[in-house]
Ligand binder design. Structure first.
Ligand code: DX5
Ligand code: ZN
Length: 237
């Protein structure tokens, strides 16, 4: 049974000129992980950050660095990102013809391995690897930019991803990324997510602590509703 809701602010929507300060603010505001969006201008139509920034972040925060690699040929950079201090390295199945090898290569470096899917990519593409993955990331926008709208059909996919993890006994945590806001966080948690990535919802708000707390509370209320609806046969209430 799930009891935890973790919040991963995506620094994509932060003020890059004051990055250390922004990170300190979300850390003090109760963030659980720091989501770092790496974009290569090929896999997605945007360019962001690389290993030197991850290394710089590592020096200013104790939060786990959840590095989302939106790039072709991520294998070429696994070593660099691992050395830079990434805790999770998440690759896109669309960019990895030898996904099993890529996942093993991440894990061999002592880093947790995540796999992720674009909204239109079938969940069946991760069925074989789910037992090896430490994290499954379901994209709820087409990756490339912050501030996009959550794509509604993805909710069902999150439900099926939860079922896949539970059915197979995978230890992977389920993370959802894109368009997550306070007003849809409960639905996303209800569908099965463990970790909510939120960029613009947090960094475009006036009060990071209030927003992170509201996201977490929305999730907790969804879990409480789920728990209340569970049959308690044979157990004292
Ligand atoms: C999208 C990125 C997301 C993005 C989320 O390509 O992978 O992590 O920063 O931003 P919001 O929460 O604003 O959709
Ligand atoms: Zn991301």
């Amino acid at each position: 049974m799930r009891s935890d809701v973790r919040i991963a602010p995506s620094i994509l929507s932060s003020d890059f000129a004051r990055l250390a300060e922004e990170v300190a603010r979300v850390e003090a505001a109760g963030a659980d992980l720091l989501h770092v969006d790496v974009m290569d201008g090929h896999f997605v139509p945007n360019l962001t950050i690389g290993p030197p920034i991850v290394e710089a972040l590592r020096k200013v925060t104790g939060l786990p660095l959840d590095v989302h690699l939106m790039m072709t040929n991520p294998d070429c950079f696994i070593q660099e990102f691992a050395e830079a201090g990434a805790n999770y390295l998440t690759v896109h199945v669309e960019a990895c013809p030898h996904l099993h090898r890529t996942v093993q290569s991440i894990k061999e470096r002592g880093v947790k391995a995540g796999v992720t899917l674009n909204p239109a990519t079938s969940l069946s593409t991760v069925e074989e690897i789910i037992g090896d993955a430490d994290l499954l990331l379901i994209m709820s926008v087409n990756p490339g930019f912050g501030g996009q709208q959550f794509i509604p059909f993805v909710l069902q996919k999150i439900e099926r991803a939860r079922q896949l993890i539970d059915r197979t006994g995978s230890h992977a945590v389920l993370e959802v990324d894109g368009g997550v806001k306070v007003d849809n966080a409960a639905k996303v948690i209800q569908a099965g997510a463990d970790i909510l990535v939120a960029g613009s919802a947090i960094f475009c708000s006036d009060d990071y602590r209030a927003t992170i707390t509201a996201l977490r509370q929305a999730g907790h209320s969804a879990l409480a509703t789920e728990e209340a609806a569970r049959p308690h046969v044979g157990r004292p209430r």
